[in-house]
Ligand binder design. Structure first.
Ligand code: NAP
Length: 241
C-alpha cells in the first residue's frame, strides 16, 4: 500500500522502517524541508516529501507528532483528498511533559476526537499505546501466546479493518474498542497503556474499565498520567550533565 507518515521521530521513524521492510511504499515528512530527512530515508528505504505530498498521495496517512503540534498542520492539508483515505492518529496528550494544558482536552473530548475535529477528517486511533521500542522489536507470529495486542477505535468500520490488518502484518494482534469516543480507555494513564499485554489480558483490562468515563475514573487516569510525566521529567533531569 502507499503509506504516508507525518512525523519522523520515534514512532514515525520506527513505523516507516517496519512498513518499508514489509514492502509498503512509504513516504515520510516532518515539519521542515524533506531534505532534512534524506539520510534517514535512504537508510530505511523510504521516500521523503512535504506534509502535502504525504497527505494527498497515499492510501493511509499516519499522523504521529506531538499532540499540540496538530494545531500547526496546514488548515487545507486534507482538502480534496479521496473520502476513503485512512488516517491513523497515534498522538497522546501530555500536558505537563510537552503539550501544555489544552482546555478542550480537560473536558470530555478524547485526544483523538480533538485531532479529528482539528483536521476535519475521520481518524482511527492506533499505535498510541505501545512504546516505539516495542514497536521496533516485539513482533510475534499470529497465535503466539505472548503476542502483543493493541487497541484500535474509530467511527468507520472499514478503516479499522485495514488498520487491524496492518497491525497483524507488523506482528501484533488488535482489539476493536468501538467508536472513537471510547479511545479514552487506552490513553496515557490507563491500565493498559504501553503495558504490552497479550490479547486476552488487553480485552479483560479494557472491559474492566467499563464504557463510561466517570469523574472518578478520569481523576484516577489523570493522576496516573501526571505521575508518569513526573517520572519522565525526573529521568531527563538526571541525564543532564
Ligand atoms: N515515543 C513513543 O514511544 C510513543 C508511543 C506511542 C505514541 N506516541 C505519540 O506519538 C506522537 C509522536 O511521538 P514521537 O515519540 O515519535 O515524537 P518525536 O520523536 O518527538 O517526533 C516528532 C516528529 O513530529 C514531527 N513534527 C512535529 N510537528 C510537526 C508538524 N507540524 N508537521 C509535521 N511534522 C511535525 C517532528 O519533526 P521536526 O523534527 O521537524 O520537528 C518529528 O519528526 C506523540 O503524540 C506521542 O505522544 C509516542
Amino acid at each position: 500500500m502507499n503509506i504516508g507518515i507525518i512525523g519522523a521521530g520515534n514512532i514515525g521513524g520506527t513505523l516507516a522502517r517496519r512498513l518499508s521492510q514489509l514492502n509498503h511504499n512509504v513516504t515520510i515528512a516532518n515539519s521542515r524541508e524533506p531534505e532534512t530527512l534524506k539520510e534517514l530515508a535512504t537508510e530505511i528505504n523510504v521516500k521523503t516529501g512535504t506534509v502535502y505530498d504525504v497527505a494527498r498521495n497515499n492510501d493511509i496517512v499516519v499522523i504521529t507528532i506531538p499532540q499540540k503540534n496538530i494545531l500547526n498542520l496546514p488548515k487545507d492539508l486534507f482538502d480534496g483528498v479521496k473520502d476513503d483515505m485512512i488516517i491513523i492518529d497515534t498522538c497522546n496528550y501530555y500536558p505537563l511533559l510537552r503539550d501544555g494544558v489544552i482546555d478542550e482536552l480537560e473536558q470530555d473530548l478524547t485526544n483523538s476526537e480533538w485531532v479529528q475535529t482539528k483536521i476535519q477528517r475521520p481518524v482511527v486511533k492506533a499505535f498510541n499505546s505501545i512504546a516505539f521500542t516495542s514497536l521496533a522489536n516485539a513482533s510475534r507470529p499470529k497465535g503466539d501466546n505472548n503476542r502483543i495486542a493493541l487497541p484500535v477505535s474509530g467511527d468507520r468500520e472499514k478503516d479499522k479493518e485495514v488498520v487491524s490488518d496492518l497491525l497483524n502484518q507488523l506482528g501484533f494482534d488488535s482489539f476493536d474498542v468501538g467508536e472513537l469516543k471510547n479511545s479514552w480507555k487506552y490513553e496515557p494513564g490507563t491500565p493498559t497503556y504501553c503495558m504490552d499485554f497479550n490479547l486476552e489480558t488487553l480485552k479483560r483490562k479494557l472491559n474492566e474499565l467499563g464504557m463510561v468515563r466517570t469523574p472518578e475514573i478520569r481523576t484516577n487516569i489523570n493522576s496516573r498520567r501526571t505521575a508518569q510525566e513526573k517520572q519522565i521529567l525526573e529521568y531527563f533531569a538526571q541525564q543532564k550533565p
